[in-house]
Write a protein that binds this ligand. Sequence first.
Ligand code: HEC
Ligand code: HEC
Length: 258
Amino acid sequence: MKSCFVIRWSLLFLLFLPSGFALCLPPGVAAQSAGLEQGKRLFESQCGSCHGPLGNGGRGANLAQPQLRRATDDDALLTIIRRGIPGTEMPGSFLTPSQVSSIATYVKTLGRVEPEEIPGDAGRGEAVYASLDCGVCHTLGGEGGILGPVLDDIGARRSAAHLREALIEPEAYIPRGFLQLRVVTKDGRAITGVRVNEDGFSVQIRDFSGSFRSFWKDELDSLDKMWQRSPMVSYEARLSPGQTDDLVAYLVSLKGAP
Ligand code: HEC
Ligand code: HEC
């Protein structure tokens, strides 16, 4: 800590006292650790809300692993930080090139930690998954319903803690793009489902039986947007703590195609 303090002051006086700076640490090392400090601070403020302040995941992927799925090398990492990942919740940024590079330097240090210990057994979790109704709404390995998100690579996109929460309290976080709607038609029919598409004149929904329905807005009595609601109900009462651990371990193991 003390040396960091010294480095920061040294940086301030760098222009005037280059030799003093050299006394502190070799310039390369000093510059690198100053970049790392900045990267850490930027990461905590810009990325921590999704990836967790320690980078081990949340709404966003766990970055504290030796090998990242998409950010496979330095170039890919810099591009992702700059532009985000189109079509996913990973946003682009308005950071300067030097900020991007210091964040990247910091992200790379995250991968040097010990991998997270996850209680539970993925093999047993697979059997738990098969014994439940998850497949009614979720596609996995090309099979299942389409009301909920595809789970093929869910373990690469979300942390273990997020997946556990999704099972226990599904409405705690609703992924981008999911909006539950309730419509009542002028002739008195009420249908609840997930929005597929909407424009000024019409709305299309997938109802809870999986059927696709389309309505003209002028044939509706009401259109209710249920922002924080999900058709997925909590599995807390249906799973023992051991089964929950196994199911979470199984979901974490789903990393999608390499
Ligand atoms: C709004 C939430 C959010 C924010 C803010 C965010 N990310 Fe992400 N990030 C995600 C999600 C979700 C993914 C997974 C995308 C996917 O693969 O579907 C992701 C993926 C990534 C990946 C790719 C991981 C891999 O497996 O290769 C990297 C690297 C990354 N984020 C770094 C960052 C950095 C650095 C910042 C801050 C500058 C940041 N993210 C800010 C949500 C976020
Ligand atoms: C009635 C339909 C339905 C059933 C049954 C269902 N889900 Fe879901 N699930 C959804 C919907 C819709 C979402 C997206 C909204 C939300 O987050 O609740 C979701 C979200 C999720 C998420 C979070 C996805 C993300 O990107 O954050 C996970 C993980 C998940 N479900 C796993 C399961 C598992 C495992 C089961 C069985 C134990 C299951 N679901 C049963 C409909 C369902």
